[in-house]
Design a protein. Sequence first.
Length: 287
Amino acid sequence: ALTTLFSRSLVNDMFKYYVVLDFEATCDELNAPSPQEVIEFPSVLVDASSLKVVDEFQEYVKPLHHPKLREFCTELTGITQNVVDPADLFPVVFQNHQKWLESHDLSLNEDISEATWAFVSCGNWDLGTMLPTQLNACDPPIQIVPQCYRRWINIKRPFSEQMNKRAWGMKGMLKDLKLTLDGRHHSGIDDCRNIAKIVMELCKKKQLQITCQTALSRYPTITVKIIHNDKCQEVALRKRSIKTLLGLASGTFRKQMSVCELQPSNSELINDDDLRSLIDGDSIMVR
């Protein structure tokens, strides 16, 4: 699975802000370029109390692997070659987006139980599929990703719960809520503005809750140090699983390992979820 559902008991449902996000990416009529790359990174910040738009962020992105846009892509998104050619590559735009979030006092690494804001998207593709794909497509791949980008609200879920019907997409939800579609569909910033209207309408009845998180299988590969007695070895952890980690340790030190503890806190890593917060360079004691 590309995404997993959150246990609602773990989630803070009293958010102060929602950040609507809707990527546009390289595409073609039949087969998308591989890897797909983000070409527009837009967001709309919504105040959960006043139900008003506070600010917007929009930057275009120059694709690295397939720099020339297909004709279908331009027709669909309205993004032309002369727009992406002078744009920054994804790592720069990603950092700019984080700085924009922080400029509004939105913490990038809040614990889920204490989160004061959340991303909102129309579906799970943006943060569940496209962002992990883009992170791995960068040169070098981006390994350290703030926690906020790993969980989100799929607006289709609360829409379906409130309206008691299936959400067929942004245009369908707007129609059912008697809201107008403004701007150009598949313009990232226009889609964010329209999804923000859906968010504000649904929030009149009930606060939204986080619905999904990035599956562990989509986390970037990181390099960690595994330590046993007086020996230390760097290994590439490609899958965030205790079984994988202990297997690497057992093979490295030629001895069956059954316990792993994050250093220097000596906190035992018991299940796969404990590995979500690992970052490049972390040290893990095994025995």
